[in-house]
Design a protein around this ligand. Structure first.
Ligand SMILES: [Zn+2]
Ligand SMILES: [Zn+2]
Length: 178
């Protein structure tokens, strides 16, 4: 939504909206799924600018880092930004202080685009190593079977990574015998 800062000139401007984001537009693969982001926001005027507070909520589904099954997560994100107009920046000292406390959004022409802010937050909150569950057993490194429902037919993997080299040696000996 395009929000005119003027809307909050006399009293805080509150709004609600649902923003549908296309994963492709966020440079995400088709395996990522996003529900529309529900936004509950308010814009309040200060002496030096505006404060934007918003609560974002959505669900995202991304492939599990270990087993590739869809890992779904519900996100609820309370946010607060200082909004300053590009041509009316607060003096440096004040600005730096505030930047540490709050994120800063600069707007030009007195209009804020909530869609851009929301898209950025969704991107920032995508997990780098998502798991379908904390103890996901992953895929068998030999046959690729998902080990969550139960073990595959292969020998149990070595319990300690330090044994991996030994296991590799042992398996190459097996191959030789075959
Ligand atoms: Zn998993
Ligand atoms: Zn296996």
């Amino acid at each position: 939504m395009k929000i005119h800062l003027d809307s909050a000139r006399d009293e805080p401007f509150r709004w609600q909206e649902e923003i549908a984001l296309e994963p492709a537009a966020l440079e995400l693969g088709p395996e990522v799924k996003l529900t529309p982001v529900s936004v509950d926001g308010s814009l309040t005027r200060l002496d030096t600018g505006y404060v934007l507070t918003a609560r974002l909520a959505w669900r995202q589904t991304v492939p599990c880092d270990r087993c590739l099954a869809p890992a779904e997560e519900a996100i609820v994100l309370p946010l607060e930004w200082l909004v300053v107009e590009g041509r009316e920046r607060p003096v440096a000292g004040e600005r730096e202080l505030r930047e540490e406390e709050l994120g800063v959004v600069e707007v030009d022409g007195g209009v804020l685009d909530s869609g851009l802010l929301v898209a950025e937050q969704v991107q920032l909150n995508l997990p780098t190593h998502p798991l379908c569950r904390p103890d996901c057993a992953g895929l068998c490194p030999r046959c690729g079977t998902n080990l969550n429902p139960g073990p595959c037919g292969c020998a149990a993997p070595p319990p300690d990574p330090r044994w991996a080299a030994l296991a590799a040696l042992r398996s190459s000996n097996d191959d030789d015998r075959d």
